[in-house]
Design a protein around this ligand. Structure first.
Ligand code: SF4
Length: 353
């Protein structure tokens, strides 16, 4: 069977997309076949992202108090999860929080706010924050995640310098209404399309472990491929007490690895980010998962704590990867791109001697 995964990877590398059957085969690989799956998916990862890991940092601008009822979410209407709840951070506070992540090596800051979607005044707040952030850190990439977008809001974010907009589809269309009833799958797609339409890079991903079938996971991944999401966060359900999914434990470390590998086969050149639930569900396989995924969040998540940021960075180093945008990675890039000689013999310029 190992040859099969290699064969799929070769096919994908030569430009033939993986089929739903291929994706199911990856998902249903036995644990004995796991290393063949990782090896084959890892080839695709290295073909597109080399040995780099993109590090992202989350700033929760507004926590809890959400009127939506996404059953998996600790911030949802009806959730009794004992999380921090607060309204909008000030622009100064948001900048301070973002700078902690940038200091830790993050190249993308994700500005997230709970809620169904932003009002135009909320967009004002975020555009001010983005302005401050970009002025102080010109190279930073900013992703906004503010819920369902109204007309013209994506354009305003784009003008303010927002690089990407995150809105996850979360699960397959065929499973959507089982996990949330206050908005539709179509609403979610509409927001991703609005971001794309405004020229903002679409970031959209999923949550595994929501009672979905293998076929539904495959359905969700192909929907993301179809949506042309540039970055795909793969979350693993964190079953918060006080939410409808409390005590739901459907995932194992090897299962999570296969899900990430499946995402890589289906979307070989897209940023596959190991998102929420990484520590809880991949556990000691986190570093192996970096062989397949090329992006992580540094440190803490929106309402839960991740492992120490230092441990994240050590894991990246120990696995032989470099943080995208770090001095080490930039030096590596210089090494990879020989400077073409344009002086001395064959030119009118003096030689370098
Ligand atoms: S996922 Fe977003 S919209 Fe849904 S309940 Fe949580 S914060 Fe609200």
């Amino acid at each position: 069977m190992g040859g099969t995964f290699q064969h799929i990877a070769e096919r994908v590398r030569s430009g033939t997309p993986a089929t739903p059957e291929d994706a199911l085969a990856v998902l249903r690989a036995t644990d004995e076949e796991l290393m063949q799956v990782v090896s084959a998916a890892g080839e695709l990862r290295r073909a597109h992202f080399g040995n780099t890991v993109k590090v992202n940092y989350l700033v929760n601008l507004k926590s809890g108090l959400c009127p939506e009822n996404c059953n998996y979410c600790s911030q949802a209407l009806g959730s009794n999860a004992p999380i921090l709840k607060y309204s909008w951070l000030s622009s100064e506070e948001a900048l301070k929080q973002a700078e902690a992540g940038l200091g830790g090596g993050a190249s993308r800051v994700c500005l997230v706010a709970s809620g169904r979607g932003p009002s135009n005044r909320d967009i004002d707040k975020v555009t001010e924050m983005v302005g401050d952030l970009k002025e102080n850190h010109p190279g930073v990439e900013v992703c906004a995640c503010l819920g369902l977008l109204g007309e013209g809001q994506a354009e305003r974010l784009k003008e303010a310098g927002v690089d990407a907009y995150n809105h996850n589809i979360n699960t397959a269309e065929s499973n959507h209404d089982n996990i949330v009833q206050t908005h539709t799958y179509g609403d979610r797609i509409d927001t991703v399309e609005k971001a794309k339409g405004a020229g903002v890079s679409p970031c959209s991903g999923l949550i595994a472990g929501l009672g979905e079938t293998d076929e539904q996971l495959v359905e969700a991944l192909f929907a993301l491929a179809e949506l042309d999401a540039d970055s795909i966060p793969v979350n693993f359900l964190m079953p918060f007490d006080g939410t409808p999914f409390e005590n739901t434990w459907e995932l194992s470390p090897t299962r999570c690895l296969k899900i990430l590998a499946m995402a890589r086969f289906v979307c070989p050149d897209r940023e596959i980010r190991i998102a929420g639930g990484r520590e809880m569900h991949l556990r000691s396989l986190q570093s192996l998962a970096l062989q397949v995924a090329n992006s992580i969040f540094l440190g803490d998540y929106l309402t839960s704590e991740g492992q120490d940021a230092e441990a994240d960075l050590a894991m990246i180093r120990d696995s032989g990867f470099v943080v995208l945008g770090s001095d080490e990675e930039l030096a590596q890039r210089e090494h990879q791109d020989p400077a073409i000689r344009r002086r001395g013999a064959g030119t009118d310029l003096v030689p370098n001697a």
